[in-house]
Design a protein around this ligand. Sequence first.
Ligand SMILES: C[S@@+](CC[C@H](N)C(=O)[O-])C[C@H]1O[C@@H](n2cnc3c(N)ncnc32)[C@H](O)[C@@H]1O
Length: 432
Amino acid sequence: MDITPVIELLRTRIGLNAESIGVQVLEKAVRDCMAECGSASIEEYIQTLMCFPNEVDRLVESVVIPETYFFRDKELFNGFKEYLRQFWLDRKTSAPLRVLSVPCSTGEEPYSIAMLLFDMNIGRDRFHIDAVDISVQALDAAMRGVYTAYSFRGTDPSLCNRYFSKSAEGYVIKKEVSSAVNFQQGNILTWDFASMRAGYDVIFCRNLLIYFDNAAKKKAVSVLFRLLNGDGVLFVGHAETARLSADGFSRLAFPRAFAHRIGADPEHRRVVPCPSGHKEKLPAARAQGDAHRARVVSKKTEPDALPRRSGEAHGQDAAKSRTNAAERIAEAYRLVGAGDIDNALRICEDLVAHDSYSAQAYYILGQVVDSTGDGYLAEEYLKKAVYLDPGFHDALAYLSNLCERLGDAKNAARFGERAGRVMKRASGKQGR
Ligand SMILES: C[S@@+](CC[C@H](N)C(=O)[O-])C[C@H]1O[C@@H](n2cnc3c(N)ncnc32)[C@H](O)[C@@H]1O
């Protein structure tokens, strides 16, 4: 069955990079949707998709990954608290804190934000949380606000008493928290999203960009850039920082939380004034962000002005950069051994930002993240490592062990078998 047109439709509609979830997963989703709408062949199904928008919605619902849980990535929420303490609590303005959670999936992320604010004694009238997702099913669940214990992995159990009541169906979020979040359906890649009211102080955009192809990532990052206040902060997932530095954001030094600001780097603040006349129309902070972007653009064009390098020089550069990468990976391992997880993470993040095809970098990133207790995110990195290098024995073996720890026996066996086959092939070659 050739599902190429469906892959293309999903790429343009929701930015999905088919490889991020696997073509087999997509094929299964297509088969299920075909069965539900009664299409006898892929050709008939494609016709159906073209004629019935609700079938496209059904397809989207079946491929999105709603995985989320309360206080997913504790370090990041510590970073959020730190941002509030350092940059927001002392503000002279009475304007409420505006927060955007996109994508919010089934609500655990925006509700965690609200609970954290209540815990910091920041009253309901001092903040406003918008939460957006493309999935209507996920939003329905978010608005229902009934959760099973699975949504509380790794969360302080006292939360359940303070902000939830127990019912036969599960843990029901209290009205005080649910009424603090405004849910909306939206696609970050479409015009209506891009035209949303800007001026957010904090944006959480986690575990979305990893599923996007490059064009969609670029578009989404530019939308986030527009929506964020010039002195606001953007939190992304561990694997999602790569695009940001190229697109006008710089990293804030919160340990292990991937927080970014628009041109927060003072170096960037100094240069390239906004075109005259334009500046007055913009709020000061926004003008500063745009100035930074202008500089980034001009910086990118510089290499064209340089004489072209010879092929030999290129080869030498490539070899040098491979040696550098190997040295940095060794350094990251050394840091993990010494317990310096922050710096190990930083090196891996940097490696992935400069070479998104480095299976080794994803492998060690997976191990480092695993050591911080986020097994699910570690799994995503390790899967990337074995996707980039299907014969990577150590990553396959690690992944098998990790899946077992996460209670996923099927994948534990699958990756274990693959590791065994790689080992067998390698010993066969040696025996020859
Ligand atoms: C893995 S969840 C992330 C939830 C939460 N941010 C977290 O990190 O726990 C990914 C969500 O992205 C949503 N999504 C996928 N494509 C989207 C798009 N183009 N615009 C908005 N949401 C999208 C999916 O519906 C899904 O709920």
